[in-house]
Design a protein around this ligand. Structure first.
Ligand SMILES: Nc1ncnc2c1ncn2[C@@H]1O[C@H](COP(=O)(O)OP(=O)(O)OP(=O)(O)O)[C@@H](O)[C@H]1O
Length: 313
């Protein structure tokens, strides 16, 4: 399978504060947030990769790197098997688009809907604007001259999706595209996204904190914890026999008939400034062993799924 997106050992470290003159004089070391550490993933054309993890685990950082909004601190990123460098980034940008979580903050409230949708083109193109607005199930004549405040959250998210499609991208990075919406609307938007993906043979990186949503949409799942990929493989295998204790906790938190709402696993993602020694999940892991607090595990292939856990040697 040839990949359209490939990340190799990607790191993203954010400086917590710019060093001031006094810091330099007193030789204070810069402090970094290690939002992403050695992440490698690969997505085939026309596939959906679900990126799952709790708040603060680094999902948006990964999405921003893939959509070229952020540059990695280290590692390699290939688009259509061509490495992204300063020279090639402009070409990749034309083919990758991102949809953000909050529809109200992702569009300019003072613009008309037709301007919002056509803005990425740099000029107004009525045919293209009409076409993408119809792709998201809306009527151009009805909404073109309206402002965002006249639309519901679900309608604005449809507009944000139309806007992301206007340059006919090959890849969409969808960052929690339904989390800010009412439950009844969430399913409609998920189905719309799946229809568009099939019609246009798009590739999706679908970021979500909800394993249930990932199961519904994705071909493969990448589970991220504290900036590290901890489990990565085909959705069926990951959902049916989750290997990593963190993946098991995430799956247990999905609502079912007894549990009506998504419940966060107990505890918090550790600070990404003072990373704990050994496995980053060891403080919360129900199956922790001595070695987990001493040394970081390495990836193992277990039944076609990559797992970062000492339980598997
Ligand atoms: N520009 C930045 N400067 C400093 N730290 C940042 C920056 N962007 C993200 N971070 C930090 O990186 C870590 C990962 O953040 P990220 O937004 O990628 O996580 P997330 O899994 O998407 O969480 P959420 O679902 O809450 O958005 C967090 O600790 C966050 O505070």
């Amino acid at each position: 399978m040839s990949s359209i997106i490939k990340l190799e050992n990607i790191k993203k470290y954010y400086l917590t504060q710019q060093l001031q003159l006094l810091d330099i004089i007193f030789r204070r070391k810069p402090v970094y947030v290690r939002a992403m550490d050695n992440v490698s993933i690969e997505v085939g054309k026309g596939k959906i990769l679900g990126i799952v993890g709790e708040s603060g685990s680094g999902k948006t950082t990964l999405g921003k790197i893939v959509s070229t909004i952020e540059t990695p601190t280290d590692g390699k990123f290939y688009f259509n098997e061509e490495e992204i460098t300063r020279k090639t980034i402009h070409n990749a940008r034309k083919h990758i688009s991102m949809v953000f979580q909050n529809p109200y903050t992702s569009v300019n409230p003072r613009m008309k809907i037709k301007q919002i949708v056509s803005e990425p083109l740099g000029h107004f193109d009525m045919e293209k604007t009409k076409s993408v607005i119809s792709m998201v199930g809306m009527d151009y004549d009805e909404i073109a001259n309206k402002e965002p405040k006249e639309l519901s959250g679900g309608q604005i998210q449809r507009i944000a999706i139309a806007r992301s499609l206007i340059k006919a991208p090959d890849v969409l990075v969808l960052d929690e595209p339904t989390s800010a919406l009412d439950e009844s609307i969430q399913a409609q938007i998920l189905d719309l996204l799946l229809d568009i993906q099939k019609q246009s043979d798009l590739t999706y990186l679908f970021i979500t904190h909800n394993m249930g949503v990932a199961k519904y949409v994705a071909d493969d799942i990448a589970v991220i914890y504290a900036g590290k990929l901890v489990e990565y493989g085909p959705v069926k295998k990951v959902m049916e026999t989750p290997k990593h204790p963190y993946t098991q906790l995430l799956i247990a938190s999905v609502p079912d008939f007894e549990k009506k709402e998504l419940q966060s696993p107990i505890g918090d993602v550790p600070s990404l400034i003072n990373i704990p020694k050994g496995c980053r999940f060891s403080d919360r892991c129900p199956r922790v062993m001595d070695i987990c607090r001493q040394r970081e595990p390495e990836f193992r292939d277990v039944d076609g799924v990559k797992v970062l856990c000492w339980l598997y040697g």
